[in-house]
Design a binder for this molecule. Structure first.
Ligand code: NAD
Ligand code: 6OD
Length: 491
């Protein structure tokens, strides 16, 4: 086993402080909490614990900055700042990837190849997008000319999850800055490190003081709640669990904030008998177990058409057993540790429940050998459950999939849609008409045919039903991060 020693010698975990009005600061009461490495269970550092007071300071700074030099940045200047942020992220890609792997437990290689480059691309994409934007205009005969202008929404609160911390934070921050807003960000309490470094990167790239602010802390009754309740926060963009979305909506109601939600999912992966099984399995390994299954888009409900059900299972189980599970910094690791002890217990609770519900664990359901420490769970494949079992219906958000056979197209569409979630779906078929026909009937915001997690940042991204509100990506991000005013000139 080859360990990436060099990177571990060069990059040490950091203590995390808030970033308010251009400076790193402690909490007013100096309170901190532990930052635990999920792969070792060791305390690697301390994090400033923010609350209402720190959020008040951050929001005041963000509100002041709306009227500062930032508002006079030309489109080209804003675009250049975004581009520089992306460049600086890439210059520090190895450091950021190492910190992300230490915080989350994900394989370092994944952070290096996916999370951090995509974070940089979020800025590069919106830097370009910004410069090509036009406006709506309508000529009403000889009577009037109508045109619309876009303005920033104001102070945007950003509440983030722990699974793809930097990728998802920058997916919000880049369009937020592109549209001229200011931001108060709260990373998840489990994953504070890359956001802390990002604050410095933004400053180095020329973002004026107060435009971006970062407050660490917890959600309920803490920093998260303070953002959602603050009267001077104009909009909140939230990515996380559906039930947290409900709490935030209630809190934000009294000040009627604009909300954007990317929430949970229980995504079907539908495999028709006419598909190319080897291709299906290569991608299904990723859609099931990438990032320890802690991706909102993971296809955790796998439906396989009966003629290929046994063949699929045989190959899928064999390939899953070959995945290297363990230390995120070992060469070739494909599955790291899940985020926390609490989450480890929760995922294992679902595996135990599956057995009680009559399921058969074909592989996984245990820890990898030789790992006494760390929140590791072997990739787990479960069969024999009915569509009503909780493991088939509830989001587990770990390296656990259920596999069910189906016979007809109608039956699988009905089962796929039988959920209050509606985030993503993958359909595998080589029948062109069927691909379109099924895709049109699936209730999800993101539908992939013969692929998974293939992204183009211009496309609308988000969920329907209880998986989200609104869409982000390209113009859809600008719809959220800007306000339109229509101007009518009587001719
Ligand atoms: P979570 O909802 O527990 O926490 C997300 C964030 O919300 C954290 O920063 C947390 O501190 C904060 N928070 C919690 N309660 C709050 C409250 N009452 N008020 C304000 N803030 C509060 O989610 P998580 O466990 O970090 O992430 C996993 C979940 O996120 C899964 O359900 C997953 O599907 C979902 N997710 C969805 C997407 C998507 O794009 N749809 C992307 C990533 C994750
Ligand atoms: O790729 C993206 O833009 C995105 N928002 C991914 C979300 C993944 C959820 O875990």
């Amino acid at each position: 086993m080859q360990v990436k020693e060099k990177i571990l010698q060069e990059v040490k975990p950091i203590n995390c402080r808030h970033f308010i009005d251009g400076n790193y600061v402690d909490s007013i009461n100096m309170k901190t909490f532990e930052n635990i490495n999920p792969a070792t269970e060791e305390v690697m550092g301390r994090v400033a614990e923010g609350g209402k007071e720190e959020v008040d300071l951050a929001v005041a700074a963000a509100k002041k900055a709306l009227k500062g030099p930032w508002k006079d940045f030309t489109t080209q200047e804003r675009s250049a700042v975004l581009r520089r942020i992306g460049d600086l992220i890439l210059e520090r890609v190895e450091v950021l990837a190492a910190l992300e792997a230490m915080d989350t437990g994900k394989p370092y290689q994944m952070a290096l190849e996916v999370d951090i480059p995509r974070a940089a691309y979020n800025f590069h994409f919106f830097a370009d997008y910004l410069t090509s934007m036009g406006t709506e205009a309508y000529q009403q005969d000889q009577t009037a000319l109508h045109y619309s202008i876009r303005r920033p929404v104001g102070v945007v609160g950003m509440i983030n999850p722990w699974n793809l911390p930097m990728l998802l934070l920058t997916w919000k921050l880049a369009p937020c800055l592109a549209a001229g807003n200011t931001a108060v960000m709260k990373p998840a309490e489990w994953t504070p490190m890359t956001a802390t470094v990002l604050a410095e990167i933004c400053k180095d790239a020329g973002v004026p003081d107060g435009v971006i602010n970062l407050v660490h802390g917890f959600g309920p009754d803490s920093a998260g709640a303070a953002i959602t309740e603050h009267p001077d926060v104009d909009a909140v963009t939230f990515t996380g669990e559906t039930k947290t979305g409900t709490a935030i909506m209630k809190a934000a109601a009294s000040t009627l904030k604009k909300l954007s939600y990317e929430l949970g999912g229980k995504n079907p992966n539908i495999i028709f008998a006419d598909s190319d099984l080897d291709e299906v399995i290569d991608t299904t390994l990723k859609s099931s177990f990438m990032n320890q299954g802690e991706v909102c888009l993971c296809g955790s409900r796998i439906y396989v058409q009966r003629p290929v059900y046994e063949a699929f299972l045989q190959k899928f189980v064999a390939r899953t057993k070959d995945l290297l599970v363990g230390d995120p910094f070992v060469e070739g690791t494909k599955v790291g540790a899940v985020i926390s002890k609490e989450h480890y217990d929760r995922v294992n609770g679902y595996i135990a429940l599956a057995k009680e519900e009559g399921g058969t664990v074909l592989t996984g359901g245990d820890r990898p050998e030789g790992h006494e420490k760390g929140f590791y769970i072997n990739p787990t494949i479960i069969t024999g459950l009915t569509r009503d079992s909780r493991c088939v219906r509830e989001e587990i958000f770990g390296p656990v999939v259920t596999v069910l056979p189906f016979d007809t197209e109608e039956e699988v569409i009905e089962q796929a849609n039988d959920t209050h979630y509606g985030l993503g779906t993958t359909i595998w078929t080589n029948d062109l008409r069927r691909a379109h026909r099924v895709a049109h009937q699936i209730e999800a915001g993101i539908i992939w045919v013969n692929t998974w997690y293939l992204r183009d940042l211009r496309t609308p991204f988000g969920g329907m039903k209880q998986s989200g509100i609104g869409r982000e990506g390209g113009m859809h991000s600008f719809e959220f991060y800007s306000e339109l005013s229509n101007i009518t000139i009587k001719l």
